[in-house]
Design a binder for this molecule. Structure first.
Ligand code: NI
Length: 258
């Protein structure tokens, strides 16, 4: 079975057919997903989904593009909600310098604050880092993030950065981009990273793999990523699915389900 470690099924892209999507992905061999909060509203819905469906877990957090209006009360709410049984991570949190519209200092402030929340609550983190490699690393190292643990979601940097995160004990989240023709850098990272430290993720509805690139992504499309990773690693499809399942279970510290 496939464990999709990073989805946004709370997204409005699924408002029309969410229930059918859940039936379809389970019928296609997806056994578990973690719905990742992007802001306060989406965290609320991620938690609701996790309470309604056995196979869905949730992460609570605010994406760097959504931090502009955050308040200390929001942090207090996040802290409370993260005590819930099926909330398994703080995320997604981090830095995104791709678009120049959110103040970098403000992003750093709330990133540090949410890393602190992870430490307080004892949960791992789900990190979003885009075009911000050095600042992300500096903040995570200053926060002794190796003691917090977690995953670098949609890993997009080179092997030099990958190696540092692996040394810190982090997992790397790999998804649809691996199937893109221009993904040489990520293929090299996937090849050099021990299979024990890779988790599969769609980031649904975003980043659909080939041959669905540009379309709405859903968890069972990970089958194409499994094929690509199997070829890179020289391991069979079953071996890839089993290893990445086990990895996601230990990343999110989910117990009692094989
Ligand atoms: Ni995401």
């Amino acid at each position: 079975m496939i464990f999709d470690s990073h989805v946004h099924y709370d997204d409005e892209a699924f408002d029309g057919d969410r229930e059918e999507v859940f039936q379809k992905i389970q019928a296609e061999g997806v056994g578990m997903v973690v719905d990742i909060g992007a802001d306060i509203e989406s965290t609320k819905m991620a938690v609701e989904l996790s309470e309604k469906y056995d196979f869905i877990y949730a992460a609570a957090g605010v994406h760097p593009s959504e931090i502009a209006s955050l308040t200390e009360e929001d942090m207090e709410w996040l802290k409370q909600v993260s005590q819930k049984e099926k909330v398994v991570a703080i995320g997604e949190i981090g830095l995104d310098y791709h678009y120049d519209n959110i103040d970098k200092e403000l992003q750093k402030k709330w990133f540090k604050r949410q890393l602190g929340l992870a430490r307080e609550t004892g949960l791992p983190v789900c990190i979003h880092s885009r075009d911000a490699a050095q600042d992300t690393l500096d903040i995570m190292q200053a926060a002794n993030s190796s003691e917090i643990g977690g995953v670098i979601h949609c890993f997009s940097y080179g092997w030099d950065i990958a190696k540092i995160y692996l040394d810190m004990g982090f997992y790397l989240g790999i998804g649809g981009v691996l199937t893109f023709k221009n993904s040489k850098k990520l293929k090299e990272v996937a090849q050099k990273t021990p299979l024990e430290r890779i988790v599969l993720e769609t980031d649904a509805p975003y980043l659909a793999p080939e041959p669905y690139r540009g379309k709405r992504n859903v968890s069972h499309y990970l089958s194409y990523v499994v094929d690509e990773l199997a070829a890179i690693k020289g391991v069979g499809r079953e071996g890839i699915m089993q290893a990445t399942w086990d990895n996601a279970m230990s990343l999110y510290r989910i117990k009692g389900q094989a």
